[in-house]
Design a protein around this ligand. Sequence first.
Ligand code: GLU
Length: 449
Amino acid sequence: MIPHVRFAPSPTGRIHIGNARTAFFNWLFARKKQGVFVLRFDDTDLERSREEYAQAIEVDLAWLGIMPDLVVRQSQRFALYDAAAGRLKAEGLLYPCYETAEELDRRRKRQVGRGQPPIYDRAALKLTPEERAELEGAGRRPHWRFKLAHRTMRWNDLVRGDCHIEAASLSDPVLIREDGSYLYTLPSVVDDVDLGITHVIRGEDHVTNTAVQIQIFEALAGVGSAPIFGHHNLLTSASGEGLSKRSGALSIGGLRDAGVESLADAALAVLTGSSDSVHPVASLDELNAAFDLSHVSRNAARFDEAELAALSARTLHGLPFEAVRERLAHFDIAGARAEPFWLAVRGNLTQMQDVLDWWRVVEGEIEAVREDADFCRLAAESLPQEPWDATTWSAWTSVLKQQTGRKGKALFHPLRLALTGRDQGPELAALLPLMGRLRAVARLSAPAA
Ligand code: GLU
């Protein structure tokens, strides 16, 4: 059987790095097993869901390198949910309840006061048809609860191993609200059945839902029809707080705008809170090789936002030219010099756009700093003729050393300042042939008086 997984965000905001963790776990799992990755928009809440968020989520996923094999929207599948609800009602598994929120709240408080667990008491099941008619006559609209079978729900979780929950410890879940709208629980199962989802990988905030949903799978598609589940720990900030859709800074769009490399987001999202160390990767294939759901820890997956900038820089330092060729071309860095240029400067980048500063050093205008004009002039006169290569720098500086007796910093520092305008940067042996003799001479020579 071909594995089918899904990532199911609600398009009520932009996705953040914690959502990316779930998306990556599913997508990498599918890649490893040549499976199918479905992007499912859980947009049954028509008021809060917005098409522009759905589109932004697709853009964010694409930027991360995640391309879905199939995209579905729950808002276009209501007929399926209505049919499933109809079946459950006919079988007496979905029953109407008329309590108001206040009534339920009062009952819960009473239960807690008596030291009982605040579980729904199924009072609505005892209503006679006449009582129901009376309530409806008085204008009450029902909400609908799924009647749980009181048994132990067991599953072997891909992350948490053997799991069990007593269904009797749970309230019968509301599947349909008073206004007829669906909560997430039923449509999710209907879609998982319809789309042939074999593995549900999601956050551990859904563990209890799983006990309920296994029963709904069984009711709709038969015993043994539930997929395999895996519940991963949730990413939290260094202080242990959860990430919400509203914490804009950690949204994928916000991180991209801040210049964080997508591969750094990916490595952090996937490797945090696992037995693998968070390390930079040069490709998603490399990340996939390191990824294993069974390595995910059961403890919180804490990460420090400050780590992200350093991880992003380290990611750049290891990227091969092929991985950045197109992005460099967008900056008009192309042609024969593009690859040696990249290899020369990548180790000095904090963010990708820093390449522009270094490209100006080899190709454009800079403010040369001539601390010692006489030395610089002599250096210009000693520059070898072209063609230049990686050996030119050492040949030139050896001659200068002999001519002036300078060595170490006294020799190199004024040259770096004049040639690049900065006191630190990539190896000059690599930069010099890229900037060429004309430019080097101009930077070393004082402007004519
Ligand atoms: N829309 C749900 C959520 O974002 C999906 C949960 C699931 O994967 O089943 O929490």
